[in-house]
Design a protein around this ligand. Structure first.
Ligand SMILES: CC(C)(COP(=O)(O)OP(=O)(O)OC[C@H]1O[C@@H](n2cnc3c(N)ncnc32)[C@H](O)[C@@H]1OP(=O)(O)O)[C@@H](O)C(=O)NCCC(=O)NCCS
Length: 172
């Protein structure tokens, strides 16, 4: 995170590394998706203790970015190592406040993550997306991710089974 310049994106918001003060807003955006959508398989909102543990799970090769406007945090994106040690694969997550979706923030966050993942020395970036999450799949496709495969019945949420599609992009 250190050394990353604050980038001014168009449309009155900017992207910067997060600080601990952002955590409440980050978790608010995440918990909305947990409670209202199939975007995440998670069906239980994070409480304050779990949010703190999530924050502390930062490793050396991780990154948490936020997108902010004059009202505060309106989106966030995270890089975290994929699976066990030894893989040169990083996983990414992108969440935008529903009120601010569709104006380029998710794309701005994802392109910043791709750049930063290269800088952290990863070779491949992946994301797991609910197969019926059209917006999520379209976002990753636009940024050059291709489908690896689909795990059928990966999770049960809101009384139905969800499939999860893994996508990847090379960082060469
Ligand atoms: C997916 C998500 C991050 C997109 O963020 P966003 O700020 O709305 O996206 P952008 O406005 O930057 O759009 C970028 C691209 O994403 C795709 N996209 C975004 N919203 C879309 C929608 N409702 N339907 C179809 N494609 C969509 C498009 O390809 C779009 O490019 P285009 O505008 O040139 O068509 C947002 O919908 C979200 O937070 N969803 C809940 C969390 C989630 O599903 N995260 C992804 C899995 S980790």
């Amino acid at each position: 995170m250190v050394g990353m310049a604050k980038t001014k994106a168009p449309k009155g918001y900017s992207v910067r590394p997060s600080t601990r003060d952002d955590l409440k807003a980050i978790v608010g955006i995440y918990n909305w998706a947990v409670n209202q959508t199939f975007a995440t398989i998670d069906s239980e909102p994070l409480d304050a203790e779990e949010a703190q543990a999530w924050w502390e799970a930062h490793g050396k090769r991780s990154l948490l970015l936020v997108s902010v406007d004059e009202t505060g945090v309106i989106g966030w994106a995270r890089l975290l190592p994929w699976k066990q040690r030894g893989y040169d694969v990083v996983e990414c997550l992108v969440y935008v406040d529903p009120v601010h979706q569709g104006i380029g923030i998710g794309g701005a966050l994802l392109s910043e993550l791709i750049k930063e993942a290269r800088g952290l020395g990863y070779l491949t970036i992946v994301a797991s997306i609910a197969t019926d999450n059209r917006a999520g799949l379209a976002l990753y496709t636009k940024y050059g991710f291709g489908e690896v495969g689909t795990i059928k019945n990966a999770a049960h949420k809101f009384d139905r089974w969800m499939d999860i599609t893994l996508v990847q992009r090379s960082l060469d």
